[in-house]
Design a binder for this molecule. Sequence first.
Ligand code: LIP
Length: 307
Amino acid sequence: ADFDGQEVLAFAIELAKKAGNAILQGSQNRKAKAEADWESLTKKNTADLVTETDQAVEKLVKETIAAKYPTHKFIGEESWAAGEEAKLDDAPTWIVDPIDGTTNFVTGFPFCAISIGVAYKQRPVIGVVYNPFLRRLYSAWKGNGAYLEYLDEKGAQIGQPSKLPLNPIFPLSSLRHAVVAVEWGSDRTKETIEKKTLSFARLCGNPEEGVQGGQFVRGVRSIGSAALSCCAVAEGALDLWQEVGCWAWDVCAGAVIVQEAGGAVVGSKQAFLSGASKFNDVTPEVLQGRKYVVIRAIADSEGEKGI
Ligand code: LIP
């Protein structure tokens, strides 16, 4: 076969550990550096950052992949920012965010990760997300389950059992019992922020309906990393995550992990219109659509009321 999923997964896991170490190294003094020179970190605006570490880690990952799999394609956040095209075709394509949660990385909020996804025939099939600060490594291969490993400082597994299968025990029965993550993103135009504020307000509650009758969710979070939000849904730590405006490299790996843990990934438009679980196919349009809802399996049709 031209694509050996098991081998690619094992390689991606080792690569994520290597990249994780580089991220940890790069985190020394990152804040002092940032305070000294915010301008040089800014991409499209002050809410959109890139650091030397993002670029160095992407280079490391890209070169290591090219040496092992010269025929595979590569789409990366920083390569794209530097002008490379990000076209998805049927070839195995690595879709990588060297540091997902760059703002967290700079400020030291320990929720950032290297996100390594692989799409084959335009569908995400391998996902590895590693948070080197909390030493949690999530991995999945389409059709073969999703796992969480806790690592020690040398990258070896710890704990008993050290590799947990991710399989949310019970599906979400109602949005009223849900802890939902949403993001403000880096697009701060009036139109976008107004729309997002409105949907956050709808999620949090309708004051006219009162506390008892309202449809509001139990809790709202924003953790600042799309990849880790997907993994949190896979773990059952979050019930739903929604974002408009992030990119394929933020979600490719997380999408496989969530699906293999029994959750669903859908484009925002489809979400809740006919039951998210019916759309659990990450088509190229969903992957590149920049609007995502990631959700634990829904137990009943409550979701059809929309959010
Ligand atoms: C970021 C995300 C974050 C999201 C931003 C951005 P970066 O990725 O993971 O959750 O709100 O839109 O895409 O820039 O830190 O790699």
